[in-house]
Design a protein around this ligand. Structure first.
Ligand SMILES: [Fe+2]
Ligand SMILES: [Fe+2]
Length: 168
């Protein structure tokens, strides 16, 4: 993945644009977790289904925090989620959530550096709290799938992503 946000000479506008994309990613996460937590139906995935319900609430909390930051910067928060990935397959649903968490974490890592580069330390701290929960989500999903949480170590694993794997 090479879409990590750059922090060199980052401007406030770029930071705000990045936060809008983060918010769109949070909406996507809420929607996928709402659906998948209810439709997972394999007996062996019942406990992860309960965890996905918890994730849905946490993603809403993240969305509210990002929207608050956008308002702070005088930007009107987006209403548009990133492209939603769905499937009827239990494994694919879990993989889609895992890959979405990978993208989310990669982007928040970059966003934290951008916030620090601009001296926006309160924002950086808020994002650090969020990324800690995203990594917990990544661990929950990877554990359910029996793969390692670190995405660097599972390159090429998992199903083809809808839309060619690009973020919508
Ligand atoms: Fe989130
Ligand atoms: Fe998450």
């Amino acid at each position: 993945m090479s879409n990590a946000p750059s922090q060199e000479n980052v401007t406030r506008d770029e930071l705000v644009q990045g936060l809008q994309e983060d918010l769109a990613r949070e909406y996507k996460a809420i929607i996928q977790y709402v659906i998948f937590s209810q439709v997972l139906d394999r007996a062996k995935y019942m406990s992860i289904a309960e965890q996905l319900e918890v994730h849905a609430h946490q993603e809403l909390d993240h969305a509210l925090k990002i929207a608050r930051q956008l308002d702070y910067f005088g930007a009107y928060p987006t209403h548009q989620p990133q492209d939603i990935w769905t499937s009827e397959s239990n494994e694919d649903m879990l993989w889609f959530d895992l890959k979405a968490e990978d993208f989310t974490i990669e982007n928040y890592r970059g966003r934290i550096r951008q916030a620090q580069a601009l001296g926006e330390f309160a924002l950086a701290e808020t994002l650090q709290e969020i990324i800690t929960q995203e990594q917990d989500h990544q661990i929950d999903l990877a554990t359910a799938l029996g793969v390692v949480p670190d995405d660097q170590q599972r390159q090429g694993q998992g199903p083809q992503l809808p839309g060619g794997g690009r973020e919508g």
